[in-house]
Write a protein that binds this ligand. Structure first.
Ligand code: 5AD
Length: 358
């Protein structure tokens, strides 16, 4: 078994020795098997809206991006997606959107109550940094889980890439909101992007350490994928062209935004947080459309979040370019995922697939 302290996490993140990495994959897969079993739990993802009041430097549904068409789903379309999730036999519905205050607390509450009154699905929300009273109301309406990635534990880097709102309380940062969510009784998830320009190995090691300190129920990890219509995507392109020209953006120990680095982060997270639910993310599937998702599942992950959003909307939810399954419909996404689960010798999860802490 591999024991991990911060220094060793750093060592693993930096190794490229293939024999050592095989050991890491094996240890992560065994730890996954022992602690969360062979079931892969499916969470049907509904991308409610791509309106966002922020302008984060990395994200393609940044409100300053003039090249996107904005949408907010109708209640009827949301209900159609919920029915599909139920019919496909998934255990959870995940409502995700940009930070859209056009999604009112009451509207969301009604949807949560609809799910709870008509299905056995767990409800996960991923709606950004909403007010405490809204988070509380949604919990009271029946929501079970909330996802809010802290993106990076380096506060300086975070400030550079994430736009603050003028009226926001600076003390109520994402870590503070994660603590609120836990107190409200949500199963709480967070996560990071791997290879953000300016992210060092030390920071990524600290991110993994912070996952354990926060005792998260879910941890989403995906590679940073540059979007050409964003400030960070443009800086990334420049950085690629002139590798040593911008020391502030490209420190010597810059973490690469690669598939391999993402697998290492997933595997180390599994070792440090053995019972947590870890998805093999769409960003990983986007980097390697053939085997990214499968390899994530074989190196520590135990969750997939199939997209069930109607095709007409999902094409507009471009948080990064060439997102996997953008042109598929829910039936095709579901078929691919069933085939994948079979091909790697695992089982489709039954029930809600709650965190082992609950
Ligand atoms: N590349 C990869 N992941 C991204 N996200 C947003 N933009 C990008 C990007 N360009 C991730 C963030 C966010 C989640 C919903 O999507 O981590 O929390």
């Amino acid at each position: 078994m591999i024991n991990l302290d911060r220094r060793q996490i750093l060592k693993w993140l930096k190794t490229d020795d293939s024999a050592e990495l095989e050991m890491l994959w094996k240890a992560a897969d065994e730890t996954r098997h022992i602690n969360v079993g062979d079931e892969i739990h499916l969470r049907g993802l509904i991308e409610l809206s791509n309106f966002c009041c922020r302008s984060c430097a990395y994200c393609g549904i940044n409100q300053t991006n003039a090249n996107i068409e904005f949408y907010r789903m109708s209640k009827e379309d949301v209900v159609e997606c919920i029915r599909k999730i139920h019919d496909f036999g998934y255990g959870t519905v995940v409502f995700q959107s940009g930070e859209d205050f056009g999604i009112t607390a009451e509207w969301m509450s009604d949807i949560i109550k609809y799910v709870k009154n008509n299905t056995n699905l767990a409800v996960t929300l991923s709606l950004g940094e909403r007010r405490y009273d809204e988070l509380k109301m949604w919990k009271e309406s029946g929501a079970d889980r909330y996802l809010l990635r802290f993106e990076t534990s380096d506060l300086e880097l975070y400030r550079r890439i994430h736009s603050a709102l003028p009226c926001a309380d600076p003390k109520r940062d994402r870590i503070a909101i994660i603590q609120e969510l836990k107190k409200l009784g949500y199963e709480t998830g967070s996560g990071v992007m791997v290879g953000i320009p300016g992210q060092t190995y030390e920071t990524l090691a600290q991110d993994i350490w912070l996952f354990a300190e926060l005792e998260l129920d879910m941890i989403g990890i995906g590679p940073y994928i540059p979007h050409p219509d964003t400030p960070l995507g443009r800086e990334y392109q420049k950085m690629q062209q002139l590798p040593s020209s911008s020391p502030s953006l490209s420190p010597a120990n810059q973490v690469p935004n690669t598939e391999l680095m993402t697998y290492k982060t997933i595997a180390l997270t599994r070792l440090l947080c053995p019972k947590t639910n870890i998805p093999s993310t769409t960003a990983l599937a986007t980097m390697n459309k053939v085997s990214g998702r499968g390899l994530g599942l074989m190196r520590g992950a135990n969750i997939i979040m199939p997209n069930v959003t109607q095709t007409k909307y999902r094409q507009k939810y471009t948080i990064y370019p060439n997102k996997a399954s953008t042109h598929d419909n829910a039936e095709i996404s579901d078929k691919h995922i069933q085939e994948l689960i079979k091909s790697i010798g695992r089982k489709k999860g039954t029930g809600q697939g709650s965190s082992r802490k609950y």
